[in-house]
Design a protein around this ligand. Sequence first.
Ligand SMILES: [Zn+2]
Length: 216
Amino acid sequence: MDRTLVEQIVRQVALEYLGRNGKGPAPQLAVMASARHMHVCREDMDVLFGKGSELTVYKDLYQAGNFAANEKVTIVGPRGRVISGLRILGPMRKQSQVELAFTDAIMLGFDDIPVRLSGDLKGSPGGIVMGPKGAITLKEGIIRAAIHVHMNPAEAAYFGVKQGDKMKLRVGGGAGATFNEVHVRIDPASRLNVHMDTDEANACGLHLTKDIELFK
Ligand SMILES: [Zn+2]
């Protein structure tokens, strides 16, 4: 498909979405806290859960196709401290990765772990991961997930943002806070949805308020 056509389709979808005057209703924003979890690659899945094993669905997530799996692992940190019952999110990925909140990382014996976008793992610390059938050593891949917002191209057009931009998220309520570095991630299959970790959610009392605003 040539680029102009793609752009045309995107524009058309955006216009339909916004209504003819371009001032349609604001898209529905869902803000969610992601609890600590792991993503696994095929190779690591084979070791942890047995050759050819598959992830099974525990609960579908807000983003279509993503799910919390029944499968869980145990992770061992640098000082031999352990987090057990770490849930895997599916589907499988190209590279394994563990996403922890800062509190989780400290509990596991780390002084610090880097804040990264999913998949950007270079230079991040590793650890030992144990499953029911075997253990793997991750050389790297333990990160704090950077707060981000998923959206489709029409929603991006509504906000006037592009891939890689950063937005702000104001969460009101009793312990209000504004996050200044919300990474924009655009995908046609996405629904408007901010992902923060449990520390961030607890800090601003996310579950206690509906007074939330996403802006440039
Ligand atoms: Zn996300």
